[in-house]
Design a protein around this ligand. Structure first.
Ligand code: DQA
Length: 143
């Protein structure tokens, strides 16, 4: 008999990403994340997908701790905290669940302060610059 274990993956979004669809649409597009997330669920039916967003740094750390020893994968867009948060970097380092760092925009083609990431050194991989499709590409790595 063949037992298929459905992988449990969470997308964690950081500050201001609740404004997707309204915020700087020339950079981040016009689709809300809730709508996009529905399309991801429809597409990746073989994955058990969850979504969490907060604007608060400590809540991002708490969520990473909560899921970081039992889930199969974390897709993390820590948004602005990517470039500033030693605490989130340490949280990613301290867990066992693999983390894929995602950004909607190509942070390397933007201001210099966005070139620094405290997540990348401990991420399994990084996907950036493909718009919302970056999340889709990151999810494919779990198939
Ligand atoms: C972002 C890039 C960050 O520099 C920025 O602060 C964000 C979004 C992205 O997805 O492109 O809020 O993480």
């Amino acid at each position: 008999m063949y037992f298929y274990k459905v992988k449990k993956i969470i997308i964690i979004n950081g500050p201001n990403l609740n404004l997707l669809g309204k915020r700087e649409p020339e950079i981040y597009g016009t689709e809300s994340f809730d709508d996009y997330f529905k399309s991801l669920r429809d597409k990746f039916t073989s994955l058990d997908l969850e979504y969490y967003q907060t604007n608060i740094e400590g809540e991002l750390i708490d969520k990473i701790h909560e899921v970081g020893f039992s889930y199969d994968g974390i897709i993390l867009n820590a948004a602005a905290y990517t470039h500033t948060s030693v605490g989130i970097g340490d949280a990613v380092k301290g867990i066992t669940t693999p983390v894929i760092e995602v950004h909607i925009s190509n942070t390397y083609s933007r201001e210099e302060f966005r070139h620094q990431s405290f997540i990348s050194p401990n991420a399994r991989g990084v996907v950036l610059g493909f718009g919302l499709k970056s999340y889709n590409l990151a999810l494919q790595s779990f198939l």
